[in-house]
Write a protein that binds this ligand. Structure first.
Ligand code: 5RP
Length: 236
């Protein structure tokens, strides 16, 4: 039966790409391997698939408390990043990703730990369904993690950069901070608001912990779940 008649659901696409990511890293696993694991519903599907061959590797580093809990529940040992020398892979989802494999992340509020774990990994494998692939980043609001006492100062500075900050109500990050979601940035390549430019400009503001643009360190590989199967796209 054609998939255009009965399109695969978002849950089905996430499960397919989570499994594809586990299969992608499987041939490279050694008994001493430790895997960096992201946060969110797509990363959760990866954890579930990874758990099926947990005897083939040592353990994982988690990018959030929620991910650490899920890993432990599935019998995968969780390591503190400080006790790990290197990570061959970091596997995580995205809220938006472009053809350069630059991303907006942090919809789940885990952007800072995600960026830290990604910085250590040799290969960042992004797992996403085709709804996440865009030409220009910015329709999805850009999350910024902020030290609570700097909230108003950072918000004013974000307005100067051209953004429209909205406090994510009732959310405290795993690091005890708040999130401002920045609306109305259109991150056109080559402009002042090009992803790397904006990532760096936001990081210069005192009180900002991290922003959810992963442009200086984009993904290396995108596994994209489509109605026609999972496609592998490499960074150019
Ligand atoms: C969490 C993230 C997630 O990777 C992003 O929000 C995508 O989540 P999902 O796979 O549930 O769509 O950055 O901070």
């Amino acid at each position: 039966m054609s998939s255009s008649v009965h399109p695969l659901s978002s849950d089905h696409l996430k499960a397919a790409v989570g499994k594809a990511a586990a299969e992608y890293i499987k041939p490279h696993l050694e008994y001493s391997s430790i895997i960096g694991v992201g946060t969110g519903s797509t990363a959760n599907c990866f954890i579930d698939a990874l758990a099926e061959f947990k005897h083939l590797f040592d353990g994982a580093v988690a990018s959030s408390e929620a991910t650490a809990l899920r890993l432990k529940e599935r019998g995968i040992p969780v390591y503190d990043l400080n006790s790990v020398f290197e990570l061959e892979f970091y596997v995580d989802g995205a809220d938006e990703i472009n053809q350069q494999l630059e991303m907006i992340k942090g919809g789940g509020g885990a952007l800072t730990r995600e960026k830290i774990v990604a910085a250590v990994a040799k290969e960042f494998v992004c797992v996403a369904d085709e709804s996440k692939l865009v030409d220009v980043l910015g329709a999805y609001p850009l999350p910024v993690e902020v030290i609570p006492m700097a909230r108003s100062h950072v918000a004013r500075e974000m307005v100067k950069l051209g953004g429209d900050p909205v406090l994510r109500d009732g959310v405290t990050t795993d690091n005890g901070n708040i999130i401002l979601d920045l609306h109305h940035f259109h991150m056109v390549a080559g402009s002042k608001l090009a992803p790397t430019n904006l990532e760096n400009a936001i990081n210069q503001v005192t009180g900002v912990v991290t922003n959810g643009l992963f442009a200086s360190r984009p993904a290396d590989t995108l596994l994209l779940a489509t109605q026609d199967g999972v496609k592998t796209i490499k960074a150019r």
